[in-house]
Design a protein. Structure first.
Length: 95
């Protein structure tokens, strides 16, 4: 059993047509402070490509979870942006 003590603040994701989107963020979370937004589409989580890979919500959750203070890097496609966006931040401890 894996135990995680760090959170990104990405509360939930939605997988639709092999594409993973953020469906909710915790207020004042590391992800929200970094600038992530509702409906941002995941392309990569750290070194793992997630776009078009047939991943399930639990797979995405596993990639997002980690240790408190551990860095995470997300490559995101955002509607209305021409290029991909890169977000790097540290996971916060669970409350």
């Amino acid at each position: 059993m894996l135990v995680y003590d760090g959170i990104t603040g990405i509360y939930s994701t939605q997988v639709q047509n092999d594409t993973v989107h953020i469906s909710s963020l915790l207020p004042k979370s590391p992800a929200q402070k970094a600038g992530l937004q509702y409906r941002d589409q995941f392309i990569m989580i750290n070194d793992s490509s997630v776009a078009g890979k047939g991943l399930k919500t639990r797979d995405i959750k596993h990639l997002l979870n980690g240790s408190s203070g551990e860095p995470i890097e997300l490559i995101i496609k955002r509607k209305g942006e021409d290029s991909l966006l890169i977000f790097s931040f540290l996971r916060d401890p669970y409350l």
